[in-house]
Each structure stands twice: as structure tokens, then as C-alpha cells.
Design a protein around this ligand. Sequence first.
Ligand SMILES: [Zn+2]
Length: 419
Amino acid sequence: MKICAAVRWILCASVVLTISGARAETDAELLARAHAIHDRVITIDTHVDIPPDFSTDAYDMMKPGPRGQQVHLPTLSSGGLDAPFLIVFVEQGERTTAGCAKALADAFVKFAAIHKLTEQLYPDKIELAVSAADVRRIHAAGKKVALIGMENGFSMGKDLRLLDQFHDYGARYFGLVHNGHNDLADSAQPDKKRNEPASEWNGISPLGKQVGKRLNELGIMVDVSHSSDKATHDILAASKAPVIASHSGVKGVYDHPRNLSDENLEGIKRSGGVVQIIAFDTYLHTQTPEKAEAIKALSQEMGMKTRDDMLKMTADQSKAYDARMAEIDKMWPKANVRDYVDHIDYAVRKIGVDHVGISSDFNGGGGIDGWSNAGETFNVTLELVKRGYSEGDIAKIWGGNLLRVMEQVQKLAIKQKTP
Ligand SMILES: [Zn+2]
């Protein structure tokens, strides 16, 4: 029996011995190491959408509901996702006084819902951070961290003073534009329904330039995601502080209007900023026109005209929609975590590990095979570990870089305000 055991040991050992004699890691050991790293690093996701009825019974962060929302406090815990940026997003509406007023009101509803979450509903579980130091303190105290990002500068209309108010409410990044051009900048995706030209401002507008300056002064990170290539270039040229792309992919892997060109990746690096790679199926890999048509037809059939329509679906609608989407995904598979990390790898090779981070776009169309909700967040770390990233690199990618940028942007703001 002893000989058998010895032979077994030798056979086993031969499997895990490398040529150099060092023992290679087994799959179980790699998994355990990845779990340990995932537990130790602060994981920040810079883009999680919330619907207008966030923090009501329709979307209670403690109660995973039937509506297919992808982020809840229990899943943040089980998935080891520490700090989501919750997004004050507004749809691009008519650029009229009434349209702007509606957008501002919609933005205030979302700000209020986030403050209700952290101050009234679950202050013992999640707290709002307005600085990198806050993020570290709240995380060390064992709570989840909420941060606020704004998507679509349409919410400020043409009133620059509102930026101060947004800052007071906790906004720490601000994206000038969404789908469709606005008064601040050209969008990466002009609104076809409004017959918009490819460009309205040839980049950013004079007002957009003033917005960038004021954001720098306030210490709010400027976000180029959704901006056209030229607008991104203009923002990078104008900003005196590091710039972020809060949720974008890279054109070098898949050429999509929402992804960053090599030139703009370099610009973000030069600014000292960070690109937060997005887990959004259609930006990560080639999508067949047939799949796009099938999704469009399904959305039309179910009356889902806007993203907020999607987020406000009833339980029954959501169930029906998910079932139909599952059929579509079966025919044309979604991107997976490997496809996702291909974009991270590319950005790291191009601009270095100090300038790359992570975002899901959960509740806003994001979510891929293997990272389809907050509960599956570990899979991203596992893939990074499999590809040879060190713990130090993973800590940077998962949040260290973003915190560095946030700190620098706020330091510069203080300098600009103090003569
Ligand atoms: Zn977006």
C-alpha cells in the first residue's frame, strides 16, 4: 500500500512539476488565490444605472425582485463588489426649456433616491462616499460604498451654476453627453430618429468647454464615455485634470462608436486618467445584424422605447422579456468574461496597467455571460488571475487607479480654488 501511495504521489507530482522544477499551481490553488485577491482588493464598478423608482418597493436594494435588476446589497456582498457608482442618468429629450426642466427634475429624483438609500433605508449597510478617503474608510468599516456619477449633461441645460449643486449632492463624475447630441457636445451615437448629423459642434461646444473648466474647479471627474471621438479629443485637450472614460470599450479589439480609439486611449493616459472597460455585449464583439434586428423587434413589441421603460417593467413583462432575450442569446451568444478581459488586456498593453479599470453598466444594458449581475463579480478577478495579472495589478484595475484619479482631481480642484 505504501508503494502504491508513493507511486500515486510521484504521478501527481509529475503533473504539477514544471521543467524548471518549480511546482505549478493547481486549478484549485489558482481558484483559492483568486478568491483571496478578490477579497483583499477594493472592487469599484464605475457604472450601475438606477431607474426613476429606485429606493421604492419597486426596487429595494435589499430585496432582489422579479424585474431582472442586476445589483442588490445581497448580491454586492455575495459577488464581492464593494463600491458601485450609482448613475444619475437622464434621457436625451427635446432641447427646449421644458425638455431641460424635465431632465433636471428626473436627475433630482435619482439623487434623492440614492440619498434615501444611504441615509434612510440602509445606512448601516451602504454609505455615500464623496472622496477616495471616504471609499477606503467605508470599505474598512465593512460597509458597501455608494458613489454618484452623472450621465448626460442635458440635466444642467445651459445653467452652469447647477454643477455646484450636483457637486453638493455628491456627484463625482460627469459625462457631458449620451445618445444624441446636446448643448455641450457631440455624441458618439447621433440620434437617428431626430435625423441628427454626424456632428453638430465638431467636438464640444463653447458651453461644453466651460463645463469642463467648472468640473475641474469643483473636483468632479470629467467623463468622456458617449462623447464622439472628436469631443473626447477636445475634452482631453481642455481638461486640466485627469479624465476618465467611465464605461467604454476599445476600438483596437472591436470597432464600435462607443469604444475608444488608440489616440484617445493615449490621451487619457497623458491626462493621468483611467478608462473603465465596459461589460456591454454589443461593444465587446461583433454583433450580427440579425441579432440587432431581433432585439429591436422585441423592444418594439413590448413598448420599450427608452432605458427607463426597460427599468420600469412589471414583473410579468420582465419575465417575458428575459425569456425572449434568452432565446435570442441562445441563437447569437453573448460576449463572455474572456471577451471582456480581451478589452482590458488591449488597454493595458497600449497605455499601461495604471490607466485601466472596470465597469459593468448593469441595469443599463450591461452584463455578459459570466458577469451577468453583481453576484458574479468574482469571475472577472478569476480571469485576470488566469491571465497572469499580479495582485498589485488587479488592485489597481479594480479600483486603485480610479481612487488615484479621484484624489488627484480633488487635489487640483482645491488648488484652483485657493489663490
Ligand atoms: Zn452609458
